[in-house]
Design a protein around this ligand. Structure first.
Ligand code: ATP
Ligand code: MG
Length: 318
């Protein structure tokens, strides 16, 4: 649905996006992740045609965005909803009026607007706040209003730029669940920009990692977290402190295996003791995955790796 090939973007002489090539499929929840200044918002603005680019190609539904004339661009942008960190609500308008705004601008009939706004407020769970003003709402409620507003013109794509960054963890989680629900119910492709790995883990099926405008990772979310390469580890700030003696083996548990007490079973079966150096289970995109580092005596290595291999567990020696 969104195909980007060899995209370069400059501000004056400064290159802020370097050779980006990605594909975002219809119905996917896709994350663009990176630290401040990585180029995330710039890439998002290129996707919705707010920012132009000279080099490379960016197609949405097979249309090259930079080739659209003014009218086509306006029509194109109608089908893209957007939400932001600070909600961008109009303070002197009620919830109803805020949500109704895009439809009013496009000249929809009053009854149509009224029905749509009510339906959307019910979808985001805010029917009873219809006459409230933004300053009477919590942060999470404001973002729900902004989400309803972004959906009024039945978009194909919803873009989210740090939409949960101003919210506490519980509210973040409930907003992400709402986005997931919208993605499933309305089959809207969602592209989220975030600097929070927790957000990626909770919601994204696929992610792009950006650093100083460069792609440092592009893969299914589970792959990125389950078997991070050096760049990803640096990115996560994860340095592995392991014992100097013996041998350290890191095990990667696939989706359904994580729950099994693999290590206990192995210890029993091989009649051996292991030190568990560290391990963690994580929920990534609704699947539980995990990795664990064990320390063992050098002479036990062969037996152990044989056992691990027999159980199709991915591992490496650290
Ligand atoms: N309009 C502009 N003119 C010149 N430079 C810009 C402009 N917008 C962004 N930049 C520069 O482009 C780079 C990428 O900025 P961008 O806003 O895309 O980063 P970001 O990843 O969204 O960061 P943040 O997480 O802080 O929002 C930065 O170095 C920024 O200073
Ligand atoms: Mg930004």
């Amino acid at each position: 649905m969104i195909t980007i090939k060899k995209l370069n973007k400059y501000y004056d002489d400064t290159k802020v996006l370097n050779d980006i090539s990605i594909e975002i499929k219809k119905g996917q929840i896709f994350a663009i992740v990176g630290h401040s200044g990585a180029g995330k918002s710039t890439l998002l603005r290129c996707i919705n045609g707010l920012e132009n680019y000279k080099d490379g190609s960016l197609k949405v539904n097979d249309k090259e965005i930079k080739e659209l004339d003014k009218n086509s661009l306006r029509e194109f942008r109608k089908k893209i909803g957007m939400i932001f960190q600070h909600f961008s609500l109009i303070q002197r308008k009620t919830v109803f009026e805020n949500v109704a705004l895009p439809m009013q601008l496009w000249g929809y009939k009053k009854e149509e607007i009224s029905k749509k706004v009510k339906d959307l407020l019910s979808l985001v769970g805010l029917e009873e706040k219809i006459d409230a003003f933004p300053n009477q709402l919590s942060g999470g409620q404001k973002q729900r209003v902004a989400i309803a507003r972004a959906l009024t013109l039945d978009p194909d794509i919803l873009l989210s730029d740090e939409a949960t960054s101003a919210l506490d963890p519980n509210t973040t989680s409930s907003i992400l669940n709402l986005l997931k629900q919208i993605n499933e119910k309305l089959n809207i492709t969602i592209v989220i920009v975030t600097h929070e790995m927790e957000v990626v883990k909770q919601i994204a099926q696929k992610a792009l990692l950006l650093e100083h405008g460069n792609v440092i990772g592009f893969d299914d979310t589970e792959e990125l977290f389950l078997k991070p390469d050096e760049k990803m580890k640096n990115f996560l700030g994860e340095s592995e402190v392991v014992p100097n003696s013996g041998i350290n083996i890191k095990l990667y548990f696939p989706k359904d295996n994580a729950y099994q007490s693999f290590i206990t079973a192995m210890a029993r079966k091989l009649d051996m003791d292991f030190n568990i150096v560290w391990g963690k289970l994580e929920e990534i995109n609704t699947h539980i995955v995990g990795n664990m580092v064990i320390n063992l005596k050098i002479e036990d290595q062969e037996k152990v790796t044989k056992y691990i291999n027999e159980h199709d567990i991915v591992w490496e020696v650290l």
